[in-house]
Each structure stands twice: as structure tokens, then as C-alpha cells.
Design a protein. Structure first.
Length: 214
């Protein structure tokens, strides 16, 4: 199997959500900013910064929970965490291209925003919410807790972080670190000896080891 065939297979396994949801969220963010005044509106700014990261996080949770037989992957030579990481990389790539296109279109339209700051905030919030969604999905074996955690993260940003932390790196860097840490913990828990304690797509029970999976 070539690398191209491998990636094509993983993209098919992810389904259409990694493309459709971020694009729809970007359209919503663009409309929210474009429909505002010359100085921008709170609603437009909120949609611009939060819609795409939240949609991407929900896609990450869906991609992790989409695999119906993770115990089978544990018996394969390729580590299952690596397979999940490869699928999440596809989601992240689509989200990054969508964010760049969104900010470039808004800048070309003369909207009042700083492209670098907007991209930093999109990246930071996207990684944080995505990591939280993946972690919650792995721990619970379902996507519902991930959705609640994503909503709580957006509200915490709007109500607690934004009023006191300046825009730019002050918000983005801690979010990037926290999101990366949560993602690493979730991927480590997906291994045969990981501490997740649940089987994705099932109601309970530990992940089987390689011998039991076979």
C-alpha cells in the first residue's frame, strides 16, 4: 500500500464531515462579520473566532467515535493511536486551509480585522476545543460529552478569558499548549494498555489487549 493510497483510505474513513462542517462554519463567520458595521459587531467577531474552531472540534469527536471496531485495530501492526492521529491530521489540515481562506477573504473585502491576530486566535481555540473534544470522546466512548465540553469552552472564552486577556499570543499560546496536551493524553489512552477504560462505540468495558482483540 502506497502512502497516497493509505491517506486516501483514511480520508474516506473520516467521511464528509471534516469538509462540510468547517466550510459551513466559515461561511457563517464571514456572513457575521460582513453583515456588521464598519467597526465590526460583537456577534460578528464571536462568529468569526468561535464558529470554525467549534465545528472543527465536533468533527474531531465524530472522527474518533466513527471507528466501530477499535479492538480490531489493536491487533494490527500499526498502533491505533497513530491511525487516529492521521485522521485528526486530515481534519486539522482542512480547518487550517479554511481558516486561511476565511481570513484572506475578509481582509480582501476590507473588513476591520488584523489577519495575524485572527489566525492566532482561530488556531489556539481550534486546538484547545479539538483536544478537549477528543479527550472527552476517548474517556466516555461517546460524542455527547464532547459537545457539552465544546460549548462550555466557548462560553468560558467569551465570558471569562476575553474580558481580561489581550488578543493575540496571550490567548493563543496557552490554548495551543493545553489543547496539544489533551490530545496527547487522549491518543495515549487509545493504546492497548491505555487508561481510557472504555471501548469507543460501546457502553463500557476496558480496551482488550492484542491477544483478546485477535
Amino acid at each position: 500500500m502506497t502512502v497516497a493510497t493509505w491517506w486516501a483510505y483514511e480520508v474516506r474513513r473520516c467521511g464528509h464531515q471534516p469538509v462540510t462542517l468547517p466550510v459551513l462554519a466559515a461561511v457563517l463567520g464571514y456572513v457575521g462579520v460582513a453583515a456588521g458595521s464598519e467597526d465590526g459587531t460583537l456577534l460578528g467577531r464571536t462568529l468569526l473566532i468561535c464558529a470554525l474552531p467549534a465545528a472543527t472540534a465536533l468533527v474531531c469527536a465524530a472522527v474518533v467515535a466513527r471507528e466501530p471496531m477499535p479492538e480490531l485495530h489493536l491487533s494490527l501492526p500499526t498502533p491505533y493511536p497513530r491511525t487516529v492521529a492521521r485522521r485528526l491530521a486530515w481534519v486539522a489540515a482542512v480547518a487550517a486551509v479554511t481558516a486561511l481562506a476565511l481570513v484572506a477573504l475578509l481582509a480582501a473585502a476590507g473588513e476591520p480585522l488584523e489577519p495575524g491576530t485572527a489566525l492566532l486566535e482561530l488556531a489556539g481555540l481550534g486546538v484547545l476545543l479539538g483536544g478537549a473534544a477528543v479527550w472527552a470522546t476517548v474517556r466516555s466512548g461517546a460524542t455527547a460529552p464532547a459537545g457539552g465540553l465544546v460549548a462550555a469552552g466557548v462560553l468560558a472564552k467569551l465570558l471569562l478569558v476575553d474580558p481580561v486577556v489581550p488578543e493575540g499570543a496571550g490567548r493563543a499560546l496557552p490554548a495551543l499548549l493545553a489543547g496539544g496536551w489533551l490530545t496527547a493524553r487522549a491518543l495515549r489512552a487509545l493504546g492497548p494498555g491505555g487508561p481510557a477504560g472504555v471501548r469507543l462505540g460501546r457502553s463500557g468495558g476496558p480496551y482488550p489487549g492484542p491477544r483478546e482483540a485477535r
